[in-house]
Design a protein around this ligand. Structure first.
Ligand code: SF4
Length: 99
């Protein structure tokens, strides 16, 4: 995550998943700027999360960030040291019946 914005819209409507957790994260970010702010590595979808995880685990808002991501499952980026969306390729494999 680089900047906290409102939860992503889904299907043309505002997605309310994680609205409360989002407000808690926003409140926590009123007093600090996390190391992910303006760091493009946190918005990429191909960078290994191992190094970023060490940054997150020292972050003062890790708890709030993880709570939000766990509920909202942001569609991109690294939140609290990991990606939270499901890999589309994995979903396809799971739905394919065994031969
Ligand atoms: S836990 Fe990581 S992603 Fe979340 S605010 Fe802190 S540095 Fe950013």
């Amino acid at each position: 995550m680089t900047r906290v914005t409102s939860p992503a819209p889904k299907g043309g409507q505002q997605d309310r998943r994680g609205a409360r957790e989002f407000l808690e994260l926003q409140a926590a970010l009123m007093t600090i700027e996390p190391k992910c702010a303006n760091d493009q590595r946190f918005t990429g979808d191909t960078i290994d999360t191992e190094y970023l995880r060490s940054i997150c685990f020292a972050c003062p808002v890790l708890h709030e960030c993880r709570n939000y991501a766990r509920v909202a499952k942001p569609a991109g980026g690294v939140w609290a040291g990991r990606r939270w969306y499901e890999d589309k390729r994995t979903q396809v494999k799971k739905r394919t019946p065994a031969a």
